[in-house]
Design a protein around this ligand. Structure first.
Ligand code: NI
Length: 149
């Protein structure tokens, strides 16, 4: 386990599309473990692989309900709406109001390649949307309607 360097806004790797994870091997497990440690150390709610310089479709989230690892996540359904403050470990110190679905259903693989489906609400739904967008090279900044002090 190790803390990895978090790539910051402006780093070209954050704007690239990530590749599907095909090997559910020890290298992936180490990446996920390191991402979790890095997220915790920086007091984040979620972290996507490109934020530590790896262009793979993998994210970790802990929105207060324990660790969730999503590999190759796909959002299947979105419903409702929530508007609230959002930030990102790649854009330190910047917070903005972002509107997201209040509920999402996501399917993903776990670290061993098993598919599962999860229904997420509120902060968890926000985190799933935010982190999944990182995998497509998008930062939350483009969705901010109002920057907050
Ligand atoms: Ni982020």
């Amino acid at each position: 386990m190790a803390i990895r360097e978090i790539r910051k806004e402006g780093d070209e790797i954050l704007y690239k599309k990530c590749k599907e994870v095909k090997n559910f091997d020890n290298k992936l497990h180490i990446l996920l473990d390191d991402m979790y440690d890095t997220m915790k150390k920086n007091e984040g709610v979620g972290l996507a692989a490109p934020q530590v310089g790896i262009l793979k479709r993998a994210v970790v989230i802990d929105a207060g309900e324990g660790l969730v690892e999503l590999v190759n996540p796909v959002i299947l359904e979105e419903s409702g709406e929530q508007t609230g403050s959002e930030g990102c470990l790649s854009v330190p110190g910047v917070y903005g109001e972002v509107t997201r679905p209040n509920k999402v259903v996501v399917k993903a693989q776990d670290r061993n390649g098993n598919w599962f489906k999860m229904t997420c609400e509120e902060l968890m739904a926000r985190a799933v949307c935010h982190e999944t967008e990182h995998l497509d090279g998008k930062l939350f900044l483009e969705r901010v309607t109002k920057f907050l002090d």
